[in-house]
Design a protein around this ligand. Structure first.
Ligand code: HEC
Ligand code: HEC
Length: 491
């Protein structure tokens, strides 16, 4: 059990009046249920056939194919289906500037990254990565943070850049000074593999070209982040906290070289809350993550971010002075409490794709390698969600996300605005749906900034705690490497 340390330099202090976690009553597991859960989620020993229910990655609500990323959980009660479609419409909606005749769709900006959620999460999947050097696609944003040297040990927080705020918004409404053009250049690194094979990794260098308000503060750290796929997030939110904390081992007490730590964030009353969402687990709930996206990515206020000017700092006076789209007929926010709730429930109830070919011999061989190589130490295969009588679709589901939702030191190669003092800690991402990313967005990339063009490249970037696992992949027989990748594609 971890004495779970806390959020890193780019973790934002949670803002807003209050942060309800899952708004449902959770029943404790009985002793008999706990025994069943331990058995169902134990690491496998028999690799000759799939484990029971393994193909149903998202439990009973699993949906076949890439459509899962924009479909409701199959076991969602019919009454909830209508709200899912309502949330989907808001997710897809392209926002316009205020004042507009369509009051319900206005309030965009003044500065923004994109006009809709869909623009960065196409089909609910991960966003397009850069094909090569040049301007960044919308889905790859530059977050900003100034680490606080005076932060008390424990809650390390980062301040926004004094001029540019929490992230670069490359777009602005007419009349606004745009913040600049985020760009990337790549250096190729050749990686020799066994049997004469090799791989080429592209190491990114980011810069803000044509900065609209002068150069970035010297102390500001840039943290590139690409939009992840949005499958099964309500199920991740429903994993019992204790199940995640039980996997944390911040001081590596068991000496296995893997020391995940929980992302603990300051909650509304100062009590720590568990972060789960985003590449650094910097957001505790889907509602918090989504309100943050509305405010920072699209420039829309909501009850959690009441200011109409989004991420504009006091220095950005033109932006502060722009009209806002708060609708007095609603509750005065550009995104009303009702709209925020609809979009949150949409994300919470989005399905997970079924495994493909989980019983194919090469996939089973790859699964064995995944376990033998040490991948499952962080990419924890299975959990059982809380018992939630009011949310039957999310309740007591055996799910296969392949993540521990903990932060891991991934080494200097992946440093740059991650969590922790070193900026090289990242949350283990869920791997479900990985093999369908390209079906939704042909230009999809892997890792927190989409730098990996293939799954093998993603694995070869692993360092730090995962360096031994990476080395095993580089030196294993080429046919084993192919089987391991085949397993990842089946997820
Ligand atoms: C400009 C691109 C962009 C837009 C627009 C955008 N997102 Fe995202 N989204 C991202 C990025 C980048 C991340 C990762 C953030 C991080 O690591 O801090 C993310 C993360 C998320 C997550 C967390 C997923 C996880 O696996 O933890 C959710 C949920 C989400 N976005 C929903 C939305 C919704 C709903 C909207 C519309 C209100 C939206 N996003 C708009 C880029 C975008
Ligand atoms: C020490 C924990 C740890 C181990 C061990 C580990 N991973 Fe990861 N994995 C991570 C983290 C953290 C990331 C995200 C890193 C980033 O985005 O910079 C990640 C990312 C990935 C991704 C990209 C996912 C995405 O959504 O883009 C793949 C694929 C992956 N891991 C596969 C593997 C495989 C295969 C192994 C075993 C050879 C392995 N991992 C071992 C922690 C681990």
């Amino acid at each position: 059990m971890g004495s779970a340390a806390v959020a890193g330099p780019l973790t934002q202090a949670v803002t807003g009046p209050g942060l309800p976690s899952l708004p449902f009553t959770a029943l404790p597991f009985t002793a008999a249920e706990q025994a069943r859960i331990a058995q169902a989620t134990a690491l496998p020993r028999d690799f000759t056939r799939p484990q029971p229910f393994e193909a149903l990655a998202g439990g009973a609500g699993t949906v076949a194919g890439a459509a899962a990323f924009s479909s409701p959980l199959a076991n969602l009660p019919p009454g909830e289906g209508l709200d899912f479609r309502g949330g989907q419409a808001l997710f897809d909606r392209g926002w316009v500037s205020a004042p507009a005749s369509t009051i319900a769709s206005d309030g965009l900006g003044p500065l923004f990254n994109a006009r809709s959620c869909l623009a960065c999460h196409p089909g609910g999947g991960r966003g397009a990565a850069p094909a090569g050097p040049g301007d960044l696609p919308a889905a790859l944003m530059l977050q900003l943070g100034v680490p606080d040297p005076a932060a008390i040990e424990g809650y390390l927080t980062a301040h926004p850049d004094p001029v540019y705020g929490r992230q670069i918004q490359p777009l602005g409404l007419p009349g606004q000074t745009a913040e600049g053009r985020p760009r990337v250049a790549y250096d190729e690194i050749a990686i020799p593999l066994s049997e004469g094979e090799s791989a080429a990794l592209r190491r990114p260098r980011y810069e803000l070209a044509e900065p609209g308000f002068g150069p970035l503060d010297e102390a500001t750290v840039i943290s590139p982040r690409i939009a992840p796929g949005l499958a099964g997030l309500g199920l991740l939110e429903a994993i019992p906290e204790q199940a995640i904390l039980a996997l944390a081992d911040p001081d590596d007490a068991d000496g296995d070289g893997i020391s995940g730590r929980a992302s603990l964030l300051p909650g509304p009353e100062g009590q720590p809350v568990l972060g789960r969402f985003g590449w650094t687990a910097a957001q505790p709930t889907l509602q918090a993550q989504i309100a943050h996206a509305f405010a920072h990515d699209i420039g829309l206020s909501s009850p959690l971010y009441p200011e109409g000017h989004g991420d504009c700092t006091p220095v950005q006076t033109g932006c502060r002075a722009a009209p806002d789209g708060g609708d007095p007929e609603q509750d005065g926010f550009e995104i009303s409490a009702t709209a925020l709730d609809l979009v949150t429930r949409h994300a919470r109830h989005t399905a997970v794709p079924a495994r493909r070919d989980a019983d194919a011999p090469e996939v089973l061989a790859g699964k064995k390698l995944f376990h033998d190589t040490g991948c499952a130490a962080c990419h924890r295969p299975a959990f059982v969600t809380r018992r939630l009588p009011e949310a039957p679709a999310l309740s007591f589901q055996l799910i296969w996300p392949h993540t521990d939702l903990l932060l891991h030191d991934m080494g200097a190669g992946l440093a740059g605005g991650g969590a922790g003092a070193s900026g090289q800690e990242w949350r283990t991402p869920p791997l479900w749906g990985l093999g369908l990313a390209r079906a939704l967005e042909p230009q999809a990339g892997y890792l927190h900034d989409g730098r990996a063009r293939t799954l093998l490249e993603a694995v070869l970037w692993h360092g730090g705690e995962a360096a031994p696992a990476r080395d095993r992949v580089a030196t294993m027989p080429a046919s084993d490497r192919a089987a391991l990748i085949r397993f990842l594609e089946s997820l």
